[in-house]
Each structure stands twice: as C-alpha cells, then as structure tokens.
Design a protein around this ligand. Structure first.
Ligand code: ATP
Length: 409
C-alpha cells in the first residue's frame, strides 16, 4: 500500500474510532455517498461553519445571512439551467442528470420537485426580498450554509464526493465595472479563511479554469485545489458569474431583479462573484492538514494539530485519580465552572493520565487540565499543551482567563 493510501486509511479509521465520521445507515450496510457526523465531527462541522460566518459575515458589514428552503419551485432549476444541463456522462454515453427528484403533494396534484443541487438558487430567488427589507448598497452579498444533494454517479474518497453535502456559499453582488477588483478581494478572502481553519497553505493550489472549461455563464473561475491523500482535487471555487443568474431568474419569473442606484436612480442588473465552499471537503482538508505523527517522551503518537478555533474539544479536565472522591469533587467543580465560559470542554477520567493524554491528542484537544493533590492544597492545576507536551501550573481561579488567552494565540 502506498504511503498516501495508508494516511487516508488511518484518517478514516481515526474518524470512526473517535467519533468524527460514521458511515451513513451503517447497521443496514450503509448507503453510498452518505456519511454521518459523530459527536466530535458534528462539533468540528459547527466550528468550521462558525469560522466561515465570522470571517465572511460578522467581521464585515455587507453580507446578509439567509436560510432558504431545500425544496424550491422547479422553475428555479429550469431557469438556472440545472434541469437541462446538470448532468454527468455515464459510461454508456448517455447523460445523467444528477439532481435528486421527489414529488410534492398527493395523487394527481403531486408535482415533481428537486432537492436543491446547490444553495445558490435559494440566494438568487431572495435577492429582491433582501433588497426590499434592507436597502443594501452595492456591493453587498447574501450568504447561506445548507444542505445540497447531488446524485453523483460514483461517490468516493470518503467524504470528498458525497450525494448529500453541505455548502457554504455567498453571492456577492457588484457593479459590472468593479468585478475584477472584488474578485481579487474574494480570492484573498478564500485563502484567509483556509488559514483561519488550519488548512495547510503549502497544500493549496489555485487552478485558473480556462476558456471553454468554465461553466457557460462564468467569465472567470478559480478552483482552489488541495493535496488530498488521493490526489490534488477541488476544495472550493471562486467564480465571476456575470449577471447570468439574476437575468435568467428575472426572465423566467417575470419579476424584476434589478438594483436601483440611489444616486442616479438608474436601474441595472448587478453582477455576481461567488465563493463556494463545501463543508465536507473543508472538513477533510482540515483533518488532513492536522493529522500528525511524531515522537513525544520517547513514544510515537498520532495527534490532530487542530487550530483551537476548530478543535471540537478545547480542553479536557481530569482528576488525577478517579477513586479519590476529594480529587473528583474538586475536578468536577472546576469542570462545571469552566464549561460555563467555554462550552466545548470534556470530562475524562478513563484509564491513567498517560492514556487520557494520548486520547485527547488523537482528537486534537489543545489543552488538558489535571487536578491533583497539590490542587487541594493551593488551588492550582496543571495545563498540558497538546503540541509540546509541556505542562505549566496555573491558579484554578484564573483558569478560564488563561485558557481563553491560550486558545486565542
Ligand atoms: P466537482 O468538479 O469536484 O464535482 P463541482 O465543480 O461540481 O465539483 P461546485 O458545483 O463548484 O463543485 O460546488 C461548489 C463546492 O461544493 C465544491 O467546490 C465542493 O467543495 C462542494 N461539492 C460539490 N459537489 C460535491 C460532492 N459531490 N461532495 C462533496 N462536496 C461537493
């Protein structure tokens, strides 16, 4: 087995063993292209999404969050070109539309509807609503995180290519003459976000998608590729979509989707820049970037070098011995207090302290806090750093402040 295959196998096995990712419907033999996030995976997903919202919404003022329905009027997907063109070639040469179909309503009234293949559709149909509610000035964006469904012919490579996925997308509306400048800003933003969640910079490569290979509506697309263990593959994309979407939905719905310049009163159709991220591929790139094998104190170990911002558990609290009620009670007290300030805290009293360290390293917990006999005397605890294995003693009274400071740096 090649080294990269071995790494992938180890990551998949760690994900299952430690409760990050399970096969979908596993006890029934699974369902191809579906995966379930376990307790730690679900936290990691939420942390990735929170970083995304922080970077692209809370740290700026020009993005509006929405949460649109997954089932939409089929007209949306006719206008966007998905009904006629969202297809992959089959080995037999026939094109296969990868949208999932279902029906809404009963009996003769049942109508064919599609599970959305991307979240962008929900954003475009709400363009006018957001403009009418908030009167934003150009440029501004509408962002959404949500599920999308693609009936991939061959789902593969763990969570890389799945049939039920989650996307984090922004449609950023600009004046036609400013698209190039804004595209560059988003290009930087994409890299900054990757750094924020701990995706290894050296493994990210931009691929300028050439004329003829881009979607017909796009005048420029960059695929951000990542060196996954199974090859260099698309992680996320940035596309300049011109005014294709708003114009197409305006034409098909007959509802005007224009922007009125508040200074000149002139109406025009904004152009769109779309950074589009997949949660699963971001999750996998974060995991691959974090996966580390090293030697600590003469022992080899595996650990996930997560950035604190995405680590599912920020700190674990241990009583040194679990059969000493005075230690357990004190540790419980400290754990309960800490959890009020930092919710992603874990209680761990299984096995000896060495084993607990190994386990927490393997799930990427940045800090382990041990309550020992000295704690009972002077109210200090040890904090152990995941990456260096070094420990320092700090006052339990300052624990929350110290931890916050450490997690931020
Ligand atoms: P690919 O070429 O790999 O099929 P795509 O170009 O069709 O991807 P987009 O339509 O641009 O992908 O979707 C935006 C993002 O959504 C992708 O960059 C990826 O992160 C994610 N994504 C798309 N399809 C899948 C899938 N089947 N499984 C997991 N993530 C996906």
């Amino acid at each position: 087995m090649a080294d990269h295959e071995r790494v992938m196998e180890k990551i998949v096995s760690l994900c299952k063993r430690r409760g990050f990712v399970y096969q979908g419907s596993e006890i029934y033999g699974g369902l191809a292209g579906t995966w379930d996030y376990g307790p730690l995976g679900a936290e990691l997903v939420d942390n990735i999404k929170n970083c995304w919202w922080k970077k692209f919404l809370y740290d700026r003022e020009d993005i509006y969050k929405i949460n649109a329905a997954i089932l939409m009027n089929p007209g949306v997907w006719e206008a966007s070109g998905h009904v006629s063109g969202f297809a992959d070639p089959l080995a037999s040469g026939k094109l296969f539309n990868t949208m999932f179909k279902t029906s809404a309503g009963a009996g003769e009234d049942a109508a064919t509807v599609y599970l959305r293949p991307e979240t962008a559709g929900g954003i475009f149909v709400n363009f006018k609503n957001v403009v009418d509610s908030f009167h934003p000035k150009l440029p501004f964006g509408i962002g959404q995180i949500g599920k999308a469904f693609r009936n991939e012919i061959a789902p593969r490579d763990f969570i890389f290519r799945v049939r039920e996925l989650e996307q984090m997308e922004i449609e950023y509306f600009v004046r036609p003459e400013e698209w190039e400048q804004k595209f560059e800003e988003w290009r930087r933003g994409v890299h900054e976000f990757m750094e924020m969640v701990g995706i290894a910079k050296k493994s990210v490569h931009e691929l300028e998608v050439l004329d003829g290979e881009r979607a017909h509506y796009s005048k420029r697309t960059i695929d951000f590729e990542f060196d996954f263990p199974f090859g260099r593959k698309e992680l996320c994309g940035l596309a300049y979509r011109t005014d294709f979407d708003l114009s197409a939905h305006e034409k098909a719905s007959t509802v005007e989707l224009k922007y009125q310049d508040p200074d000149t009163n002139k109406k025009f159709t904004p152009h769109v820049i779309e950074p589009s991220f997949g949660v699963e591929r971001t999750f996998l790139a974060v995991l691959v970037s974090a996966y580390t094998e090293d030697t600590l104190g003469g022992e080899t170990r595996v650990y996930l070098k997560f950035k604190p911002s995405v680590a599912p558990i920020k700190a674990a609290v241990f009583p040194l011995l679990k059969n000493k009620p005075e230690l357990v009670n004190k540790a419980r007290e400290i754990y309960t207090e800490l959890k009020k300030d930092i919710p992603q805290i874990m209680w761990d009293d299984n096995g000896n302290v060495g084993k607990r360290y190994r386990r927490q390293d393997e799930i990427g917990t940045p800090y382990c806090i041990t309550i020992d006999f000295q704690t009972l005397e002077d109210n200090t605890v040890t904090i152990r750093d995941r990456d260096t294995g070094e420990q320092e003693r700090v006052s339990a009274a300052d624990l929350s402040t110290t931890l916050w400071k450490n997690l931020k740096t």
